[in-house]
Design a protein around this ligand. Structure first.
Ligand SMILES: [Mn+2]
Length: 229
């Protein structure tokens, strides 16, 4: 679905010109859960790769931007993360010539893994007037269009109790257009925007007026947040 010229939603990703943007993969989440005694089958990496492969088939891009939280653990790099992040980079590099890793709040110690594949780790990335950053804290940098992750927006509907659907949020922050991306992690749908509080400092006010785009087999426009409350 085209949001504006050159910028479109493709499944859980955004395409802008030669760039594909995804975020919040949280690789290694299963091992972290297992450490807490929650047994989950390890399908996350496989699902992410399959889903991304389908996107790469649909769109022709040269570069991939990972907008934060590629991994789950904060202070360490778990064995599963080391393995899966490198495998993930190798898979992506079959489809793009460059990966840009934007730092999220879970990525405190990402540099050693990124270095193995010569991948640059940055706090934000700018393409024309589009600024891509994780959004867990305010950035001094300005641009017409801001693209953040971190929030993992999802939505539920009264008619379908107990089900949540990943969604994009599109609205305004000051004079800028703000796009909030859903998480690319298949293990959790995310935070219900009709029930839970927002985390990002960019979503402190005015979110009722944001447009909701639900991602399922295709992308559906669902009107404004306030219409769903
Ligand atoms: Mn985050």
């Amino acid at each position: 679905m085209e949001l504006m010229r050159g910028l479109r939603i493709v499944d859980l990703a955004l395409q802008y010109k030669d760039y594909l943007i995804i975020g919040d993969l949280q690789l290694g989440y299963e091992q972290a859960l297992q450490r807490k005694g929650v047994l989950v089958p390890k399908f996350q990496f496989h699902d992410i790769r399959e889903r991304l492969a389908k996107i790469f088939k649909k769109v022709k891009v040269k570069k991939l931007i990972i907008n934060g939280d590629i991994k789950h653990e904060f202070g360490i790099i778990s064995e599963q993360e080391w393995r899966e992040i490198l495998q993930f980079f190798d898979f992506c590099l079959q489809h793009v010539t460059e990966i840009i890793l934007v730092k999220g709040n879970h990525d405190l110690v990402i540099a050693p893994v990124a270095r193995k594949r010569n991948i640059h780790v940055v706090d934000f990335y700018r393409v024309d007037d589009v600024l891509i950053f994780h959004g867990h804290k305010l950035l001094r940098e300005k641009a017409k269009i801001l693209v953040i992750g971190h929030e993992h927006p999802a939505v539920s509907f009264r008619e379908r109790q107990g089900e949540k659907f990943k969604c994009f949020l599109v609205g305004k922050w000051k004079q800028c257009m703000l796009l909030v991306m859903p998480s690319f992690n298949p293990l959790t749908e995310g935070s219900d925007i009709t029930k839970e509080r927002f985390l990002s400092p960019y979503l402190k006010e005015g979110v009722e007026d944001f447009s909701v785009y639900v991602v399922e087999d295709t992308v559906y426009s669902f009107g404004k947040v306030k219409d769903l409350l």
